[in-house]
Design a protein around this ligand. Structure first.
Ligand code: IPM
Ligand code: MN
Length: 329
């Protein structure tokens, strides 16, 4: 709806190819990541992804579940190693967070999460004694994500906070060494290293200090859920997963919220902002993205939002309000 309105406004025709993935694909009798979906995704310019899992599929073997059978191979196949998750609390949502306003005022950071390596993709299994998940990073993997973080920081406030567990983990020691090496090429960007355990605290006590937070796959997964608390709702944070030269993938950071599925109460803002990121970063249409983001801003400021953030509207009403705003401004 919103993308259609934005395309109309700017005189484009959007070609949208809808494909099944995850639980919806399984329910249709297909694999979690059907070959046709992967082929379409590789051919296309950009992918907008809905959440893939839910309790309905939790009893399937691990490798057949939507997360491991669809989302992770999709990220890997498209080589989407750079996951970007912004955190900038909207003033109207400050009352919705459990934190005092002085901790939220001026918070504006982006988490750059490594997305195709580490423990998520290492060898896993069970043996006679128990189970194992291997965590590996090679230097080139750290280097390319670090470079993306420094380039981003250069365009922002010039600071990278790299998060690791280098007091214990070998992969983290490589991480820190490699980040320092990349930092030498960016003399105007400051770099600070913080251990993940301390970082979970600093994110709540001095979130204003952060500009670009660079971290490996699992630490980034955990930290971005924590970051969503600063923003008042999981329902408002978009994400972009990028590579070099392959299509980008855009999705909200929230999951499928099975507890409210089908009730027309889910907050569509994270998905709409993900679409805006897609328009900006993959289609290169900055003005179109600005127009979608301005409409979301107007909806939030005017209270035309869903109940999770204190509004009276249903999911589709918010979508319609934002689409109308895009067309009328
Ligand atoms: C996320 C999600 C995924 C992840 C799950 C669904 C595999 O939590 O995108 O943050 O852990 O990366
Ligand atoms: Mn997550």
């Amino acid at each position: 709806m919103v993308l259609g309105a934005a395309a109309d406004k700017f005189g484009y025709t959007l070609e949208i190819d809808e494909q099944l993935i995850g639980g919806a694909a399984i329910d249709a009798g297909k694999a979690p990541l059907p070959a046709g979906t992967l082929a379409s995704v590789i051919e296309t310019g950009a992918v907008l992804l809905g959440a893939v899992g839910g309790p309905k599929w939790d009893s399937l073997p691990r490798e057949d579940r939507p997360e491991v059978g669809a989302l992770l191979p999709l990220r890997k196949q498209l080589n989407l190693y750079a996951n970007i998750r912004p955190c900038k609390p909207h003033p109207m949502l400050i009352d919705h967070t459990p934190l005092k306003p002085e901790y939220l005022d001026g918070v504006d950071f982006i988490v750059m999460r490594e997305l195709t390596g580490g423990i998520y993709f290492g060898a896993k299994g069970t043996d006679g004694l128990g189970a194992y998940d291997e965590c590996r990073y090679c230097e080139a993997e750290v280097e390319r994500i670090a470079r993306k973080a420094f380039i981003l920081a250069e365009q922002r406030r010039g600071k990278v906070t790299s998060v690791d567990k280098s007091n214990v983990l070998a992969t983290s020691q490589l991480w820190r060494k490699t980040v320092n090496k990349v930092a030498e090429g960016f003399p105007d960007v400051g770099v600070e290293h913080v251990l993940i355990d301390a970082m979970t605290m600093h994110m709540l006590t001095r979130a204003q200090d952060f500009d670009v937070i660079l971290t490996e796959n699992m630490f980034g997964d955990i930290l971005t859920d924590e970051a969503s608390v600063l923003c008042g709702s999981m329902g408002v944070i978009p994400s972009a997963s990028l590579s070099d030269g392959t299509p980008g993938l855009y999705e909200p950071i929230h999951g499928s919220a099975p507890d409210i599925a089908g009730r027309n109460t889910a907050n569509p803002v994270a998905m709409i902002l993900s679409a805006a990121l897609m328009v900006r970063l993959s289609l290169g249409e900055g003005l179109m993205a600005d127009s979608i983001e301005a409409a979301v801003e107007a909806a939030m400021t005017g209270g035309h939002v869903t109940a999770d953030i204190g509004g009276p509207l249903g999911t589709s009403d918010v979508g319609r309000w934002i689409a109308d705003y895009v067309l009328q401004t």
